[in-house]
Ligand binder design. Structure first.
Ligand code: AMP
Length: 225
């Protein structure tokens, strides 16, 4: 089962992908996280990527597509990927289909997290990520507490691109380049709409209704093969 989590920046894709990965034993592949790892290395390519991210634009398709092929070709991830933040334009969507076909896999489901602009802004401006454990919190909706987070507040960081100026261009990039993918998946009957405005656990409850039967079905197919 390979799942694409689709939605605007700040829609909650990463949070929901973490939950899916944990419950269904999947691997979350966030292209944003992979790029941030490259930036941390301080290489010249990392510096170039950082400049693009800080403009709210998309990193080149070639860079992203080769990162993705490295992952899909890895047998440990075979048919167990949740894509978070990929594909981001039509070229990447078509490339994903090609790479999956090359490695004898396909997309099982595309979940579109629909969130109002007002909530998106709050989610982005309130987001805090733990640099130690990777958990994502939000000052408004899901603040870190002693029960939910053990690493301590000193590890909670804001992403440099989570500010009002960059949000505007990230959102423009999303509407111009990413949104058109929805039709591509709609035509293939892969798209399921999710109300992403609710509380994290309610959204997850809705999402898992679509995933759990799929997982059972795939498991049976495997057992009786
Ligand atoms: P994210 O963590 O998904 O919000 O991504 C942060 C930034 O990384 C985006 O604003 C883009 O600049 C870049 N990025 C992430 N995923 C992609 C992708 N699939 N294609 C191009 N750029 C990406």
């Amino acid at each position: 089962m390979n799942i694409v989590l689709f939605g605007s920046p700040g829609a909650g894709k990463g949070t929901q992908a973490d939950k899916l990965a944990q419950e269904f034993n999947l691997y979350k592949i966030s292209t944003g996280d992979l790029l941030r790892i490259e930036i941390k290395k301080g290489t010249s390519i990392g510096n170039k990527i950082e400049a693009i991210i800080n403009k709210g634009q998309l990193v080149s398709d070639n860079t992203i597509n080769s990162l993705i092929e490295n992952i899909i070709s890895n047998k440990s991830f075979f048919n167990r990927i949740v894509f978070d933040g990929y594909p981001r334009n039509l070229h990447q969507a078509k490339n994903l289909d090609d790479i999956l076909e090359k490695y004898k896999q396909k997309i099982s489901l595309v979940l579109n997290l629909q969130v109002s602009e007002e909530n998106i802004i709050k989610r982005i401006l309130g987001r805090r990520i733990c640099s130690k454990c990777g958990l994502i919190f939000n000052d408004f909706f899901n603040p870190a507490s002693k029960d939910s987070h053990n690493c301590g507040t000193s590890f909670l960081e804001k992403r440099p691109d989570d500010n009002e100026k960059i949000i505007k261009s990230r959102y423009r990039t999303y509407t111009e380049q990413t949104l058109p993918i929805l039709n591509y998946y709609r035509k293939q009957n892969l798209l399921t709409e999710i109300d992403g405005n609710k509380q994290i656990d309610e959204i997850y409850k809705e999402i898992r209704q679509f995933i759990a039967p799929l997982e059972t079905w795939l498991y049976k197919m495997y057992l009786y093969k």
